[in-house]
Design a protein around this ligand. Sequence first.
Ligand SMILES: *Cc1c(COP(=O)(O)O)cnc(C)c1O
Length: 266
Amino acid sequence: MTDSRPCTDLVERYTSVQQRIADAASRAGRDPDEVHLIAVTKYASLAQVRELIERGHRDFGESRMQHLLQISAQVQEYLDRLRELGDADAVADRIRWHFIGHLQRNKVRRVLPLCRLLHSVDSLRLAEEIQDCGQEDRPPSEVLVQVNISGEKDKYGVAPAAAQHLVDQMTTMPDVRVRGLMCMGPQVEGTDEDKDTLRAVFTRARELFDDVQRASGLERFDILSMGMSQDYEIAVECGANVVRVGSGIFGEPSPEQVNAEAAGAS
Ligand SMILES: *Cc1c(COP(=O)(O)O)cnc(C)c1O
């Protein structure tokens, strides 16, 4: 965590991302309010996160458990302090944390109580672990099934052909509520040809989402989480209603940050 980056750039980038999402939604004939932006705090400083909260942003995403524990605690401390100072309006609605990274089963119990939506369920065993962590005094855990839509070997997620089956299995679990699908576009350079590739991949994801929604008949199977800094506009044009943007808001991470992340990866 560093607090050195100026927040003026942050606000400019944040506003620009919001505008680009709205424009992409309009191009696709959709209501911009349908699309929700998750600010991915992987490489963000606490000062940056606070700045966004002060501007009314509420949805944040983390991909590693240690980061989630640390930053959500820091944010909570900050909100408690605001509350003590009587600034209740500023913190009226709660911050929603999204877990977007690969989750090991032994970490489920710690992550679940902190997060509003878990985007990365990619196996029956993980779903069963979430079910086992269910508690009577808590509503069912809301989750997405992560699909490896591009078929790249180094990506997590179930094969597209297996998504329906996993969703069906999860609908039998009373403490798990499956709300939709999450996927990632392939890593590309950004040429026109790459954009066509992304469009094809995201369109496939959208079709799969529609198919599963229809076949499962779930009323609240309504979230399609796709699109990151490199491709969120295309994802929105193809039907995403949740996008997860990190560097596009918080700036490119320094090489030191990237190395620290790689060294800490489990
Ligand atoms: C890091 C991450 C993001 C955000 O990536 P950026 O390229 O920084 O926007 C989105 N989704 C997942 C699953 C991630 O791990």
